[in-house]
Design a binder for this molecule. Sequence first.
Ligand code: SAM
Length: 210
Amino acid sequence: MTVPQLHDDPADFWEGHYTKMSKLSGGRPSAILVRFAEGRAIGRALDLGCARGDDAIWLTKQGWTVTGVDVAESALNAARQAAREAEVAERAQFERHDLGVSIPEGKFDLVTAMFLHSPGKFDRVSALRRAANAVVPGGLLLIGAHGSCPPWSWADPDTVYPTAEDEMAALDLSPSEWRNVFVGPVERVAIGPDGQTATVIDTVIAVERR
Ligand SMILES: C[S@@+](CC[C@H](N)C(=O)[O-])C[C@H]1O[C@@H](n2cnc3c(N)ncnc32)[C@H](O)[C@@H]1O
């Protein structure tokens, strides 16, 4: 297991991570996204920590217009290429932001942040609060996070992960403004770098703005 070095600038770690990977990704969307976005009224979506664009491209194929955001330009370039190859580039744009600092302008019908984790300095709660502010009334804020890690993860195996309820408390979203669609754990079979599998827990916050 390789333990990542801590970096003050998240781009240092993530650019290194993506430049070591093959250019294109598997193209599979997150199961959490599929479960909670499917069937919703189509509109504008914001994908925070979009990586190489799998979720953003899936959303465009459902009809959404998507802005994907990541701190790693190499991931964004791969996402742009994947969007062109999937012939959805006219509905997918990708912007570089350090989400600890800034977020795209505008309001969105869906704001999704799947596994927006980062080793080193990253004020995740502030980033997710900004994400909540970008949701229109009637829109969905969807946050997926690690609730446990598979044996091959770089994370310390003794890490105690916050529950979805812990994260909700930290976000401090007013119940008068937000309706819980689902807040809790879900199980997932994770596939490791050598094809090995393990059941892991993810935490999900799916809340709709009133
Ligand atoms: C663990 S990956 C998850 C990627 C993808 N959402 C998924 O579900 O597979 C975290 C992603 O967030 C991005 N990221 C980490 N810190 C960030 C920050 N401060 N600002 C913007 N993106 C960041 C990374 O570059 C990476 O693509």
